[in-house]
Write a protein that binds this ligand. Structure first.
Ligand SMILES: Cc1ncc(C[n+]2csc(CCO)c2C)c(N)n1
Length: 222
């Protein structure tokens, strides 16, 4: 069994909880209150800017020129695709920006914790560990896209969100990162593979928590 398949098996119950989370099912059937989606878009804007930095650290940690270039390309895709998608949502939803063009909100506890986890792996770990940390972001969204493809939420913004992750261009990016993980794992020690597995599980839990954070409009207690 490929290493990626082992990891996918390990997180099955965590990912199932994401598939069934009322934020996700609410986007698919249109029942999600719009303030939850607005909040998600604002928090995701913060998340994506950090995610692109983590991908760029991955680019610097690559062991060959081609992989450096591809990881940098992925960081740019986060800006071009994900960020632009969210810019469109922000415009459609009338969300406020500050003077630098960022969403005018404070990053919530879960968004801070998740991005700190990604940064900790990026600064301490190998490229294999960086891929293990960022892969659930790609792969989980891809499975959500596949699962809810064809849903008709009856809201243009929710429809666009569903359509984006069910699209072929996205599948190509995801498959490339899965292959990169498997290639790395072939040469990695058992110790490193254990670390990669633990990192993959932690990111999967944070993905679930990101839905929960958005659904409950999480705030700092003080
Ligand atoms: C919390 C959160 N997790 C994952 C994604 C999806 N995502 C973010 S960057 C990227 C790779 C480049 O497209 C993908 C798939 C998101 N938007 N927000």
């Amino acid at each position: 069994m490929k290493f990626s398949e082992q990891l996918r098996k390990k997180v099955d119950s965590i990912w199932n909880a994401s598939f069934e989370h009322p934020f996700v099912t609410g986007v698919a059937d249109g029942s999600l209150p719009i303030e939850c989606f607005n909040y998600y878009v604002q928090q995701d804007s913060f998340y994506l800017s950090k995610f692109a930095q983590v991908q760029s650290i991955g680019a610097a940690k690559a062991l060959d020129f081609h992989t450096t270039s591809q990881m940098a390309f992925h960081a740019k895709s986060t800006f071009d695709a994900e960020h632009m998608l969210h810019e469109g949502f922000a415009k459609d939803l009338g969300l406020e920006k500050n003077s630098e063009g960022h969403m005018a909100v404070e990053a919530a506890p879960t968004a801070v914790a998740y991005t700190n986890h990604l940064f900790s792996v990026a600064y301490k770990g190998s490229l294999g560990e960086v891929i293990a940390a960022i892969l659930p972001c790609y792969w989980l969204y891809w499975e959500i896209g596949e699962k809810y493809k064809g849903s008709t939420p009856g809201h243009p913004v929710y429809q666009k969100w569903i359509d984006t992750y069910g699209d072929e261009w996205f599948a190509t990016l995801v498959k490339e990162q899965i292959d990169r993980l498997d290639e790395w794992a072939e040469k990695a020690s058992d110790e490193e593979k254990h670390r990669m597995e633990a990192i993959f599980v932690t990111s999967s839990k944070y993905e679930y928590m990101f839905w929960e954070m958005s659904y409950t409009l999480e705030k700092w207690p003080v």
